[in-house]
Design a protein around this ligand. Structure first.
Ligand code: SF4
Length: 644
């Protein structure tokens, strides 16, 4: 009950603060922030903007931290993972009144305040979901509670038991240096960074370097999407070097060196077993693309844009059979369970442009993802769901809330979404706008998009730009949702800014080196104004004079007098040096590296370029240099289905 008592006290304190602010506002004849959730997003009692438009927190219930519903939004599912226990399991009330002994927040009224599942005799739990259902708190759950300061270990366990939270932690990866983390609506919003060698660029060493770089810039998980080079060596190196969970899309490995048409359930299971033994923490499996969905894509502007989705669609058309991953789902679940690999059930029919968003194909697949979620929970496997992609801003809330309904609150892991299609080169920005809305309305993890999206393989600086854009999206949503403590650092930085305490200002910045370098580019004196407005026009300095806040509001920010700033570090100097674009020589050097890899002559387009109409020549180069996917004609198999 400790959590509940603390929660009530915190709510009361916040309500009191809000009502003081509301009456202040009314005294001055202005509208006050509405008393919706009335939770102060900051844990600082003196927070200056304590209201929140979000619902009051409901950790333990279906809403956790949530936005109010625009009229017409689907309601949360009344079911949780408790409704999809394996055969032979039952639920019992825990006699003890201690929360540690059993799970709260379930949807089985009348059984008791705390419950746990009882498994058949001799059952040994393996997955975090199984431990949670049995009422047990694992070391990984305790670590997650340490990292999520607003949650207790018991609350983490309860959310996992309900299927609303996952801890992607393969048993093998835990033996290396994985630091367990959680993905779910009750925890802070997470971000994923994609990387991986392609047939034309990068290698293992470069990918490990990108992994460490992504961790440095706040990636909570990393997906290795390699499709070229030595995939096994690259994956092993990444797993051993990473402190964050690693995800993969195993179908890539399944078809390298093999004709797509030769994919069988045995190949699928063997590949999953190999990667699970290596320590992969979550697998994207595109089992929700069904044969009956394919006719729904014929009116799309851009068809199927998921690599896994398009490959499986082609397999189904060639063989005239159902998706082998859907038919073999329980066998796949058995592999996942043995190693506690978490599902990231792929959205193979996600839209690839605004025009295709929220169409019948996407929604039909989402409904199938709900069915697959129920089947995975019955096998004791943790589940998250992948989501779109490209979605107009106004459709994002509906997409998030529909997933909450159809997939019973399983964490939603979305790519972007991009809210406009006409800014190639800036898609980290177009998508991070959508990602912020997605996280506010229901997503639990945001897959980053870099400036290179749709254009090429991200390089180191693209990874940094993508990570930062998505840290901004995730953090903005956490603040708006009123997750306790989410706004503390913002408030501290505001105080430092008000005090014109530049050193503290930089220390609290997400990227201190860049902040310091940009400041010192114009003015390397640490004083009561900056170069943007200058001394006479500095409103913050003038405000200090007016309000007599001494140096801002807190003594620790006071500075006796202006000081010369420390010399820029080498890293900060490099940031300034790079503010120009790459030199033409550097650009040509990079371009010629890729050109050589695809066998293009100097001055000409690569012969595998898709706008060349000589198909034979293009295919010859693709077969030699790229993944040999289009081998159907060589085997007298149909290349397309008349259905489409
Ligand atoms: S000079 Fe302008 S930008 Fe700089 S601290 Fe003062 S108000 Fe802010």
């Amino acid at each position: 009950m400790r959590d509940q008592d603390n929660g009530v006290r915190a709510r009361n304190r916040a309500r009191e603060t809000v009502s003081n602010h509301a009456s202040d506002a009314q005294d001055h004849g202005v509208a006050a922030l509405p008393l919706r959730g009335a939770m102060n997003p900051s844990t600082q009692a003196q927070g200056t903007s304590p209201g929140s438009f979000a619902h009051a927190s409901d950790v333990g219930g279906p809403l956790a931290f949530s936005s109010p519903d625009t009229p017409g939004m689907p309601a949360p599912s009344s079911k949780t993972a408790w409704d999809f226990l394996p055969d032979g399991w039952r639920i019992e009330a825990v006699e003890s009144a201690l929360h540690a002994e059993g799970c709260a927040g379930h949807n089985h009224p009348g059984i008791g305040p705390f419950i746990r599942a009882v498994a058949p005799a001799g059952f040994e739990p393996i997955t975090q979901l199984e431990f949670a259902r049995l009422g047990l708190v694992t070391a990984e759950m305790r670590r997650v509670a340490e990292r999520e300061g607003h949650l207790s270990p018991e609350q983490v366990r309860d959310e996992i038991a309900a299927g609303r939270m996952v801890i992607p932690a393969n048993k093998a990866h835990l033996g290396f240096s994985l630091d367990p983390m959680a993905i779910g609506r009750a925890s802070r919003t997470k971000i994923n960074a994609n990387m991986g060698a392609s047939p034309v660029s990068s290698g293992t060493e470069e990918e490990v370097e990108k992994l460490k770089w992504a961790e440095r810039w706040g990636a909570d998980t990393v997906m290795d999407l390699s499709t070229g080079g030595d995939l096994d060596a690259c994956r092993t190196a990444i797993i051993r070097a990473s402190t964050v969970p690693i995800g993969t899309v195993p179908i890539y490995s399944m078809i390298i060196g093999r004709k797509l048409e030769d994919l069988t359930i045995d190949v699928i299971l063997d590949t999953l077993e190999v990667q699970a033994l290596q320590g992969v923490d979550y697998f994207t499996i595109h089992a929700g693309v069904l044969r009956e969905h394919l006719s729904l894509i014929k009116d799309r502007l851009i068809g199927i844009v998921s690599r896994g989705g398009s490959l499986l669609a082609k397999w189904m058309l060639v063989h005239g059979k159902q998706n082998p991953m859907y038919d073999g789902w329980e066998q796949i679940c058995a592999v996942m369970r043995r190693h506690d690999v978490t599902f990231s059930i792929g959205d193979g029919l996600r839209p690839g442009g605004l025009a295709d968003a929220t169409d019948a194909a996407q929604l039909a697949e989402l409904s199938t993802l709900g069915e697959l979620t129920e089947r995975a929970w019955r096998m004791g496997v943790q589940v998250m769901i992948e989501g779109p992609g490209h979605v107009p801003f106004d459709q994002i809330e509906f997409n998030m809330k529909l997933e909450r309904t159809l997939c019973h609150g399983a964490p939603f892991y979305v790519l972007g979404p991009l809210v406009t299609d006409i800014f190639p080169g800036y898609d980290h920005i177009t998508s991070c706008i959508g990602a912020t809305a997605a996280a506010y309305h229901g997503a639990s993890m945001l897959c980053y998009v870099t400036p290179k999206e749709h254009l090429g393989l991200p390089k180191k600086d693209d990874v940094k730009q993508g990570c930062i854009a998505y840290k901004i999206a995730a953090h903005a949503a956490d603040v708006a949702l009123g997750i306790p403590g989410a706004r503390d650092r913002d408030d501290e930085l505001t105080k430092a800014r008000a005090a014109l305490n530049w050193q503290r200002h930089f220390e609290l910045s997400f990227d201190p080196d860049t902040a310091r370098a940009y400041h010192d580019e114009d003015l390397d004196v640490d004083t009561d104004f900056c170069a943007m407005c200058g001394h006479d026009w500095c409103s913050v300095r003038i405000s200090k004079e007016i309000v007599e806040f001494a140096s801002g509001k807190a003594e620790e920010y006071q500075r006796e007098k202006a000081v010369r700033s420390a010399a820029l570090t080498a890293e900060q100097q490099e940031i300034l040096a790079k503010r120009g674009v790459l030199s033409p020589e550097e650009i040509h050097r990079l371009a010629s590296k890729t050109r050589r890899a695809v066998g293009a002559d100097a001055g000409a387009k690569a012969s595998c370029h898709s706008d060349l109409v000589e198909a034979d020549d293009a295919q010859r180069v693709q077969k030699q240099k790229l993944v040999p996917l289009n081998t159907a004609p060589a085997h007298n198999l149909p290349t397309h289905d008349p259905v489409i």
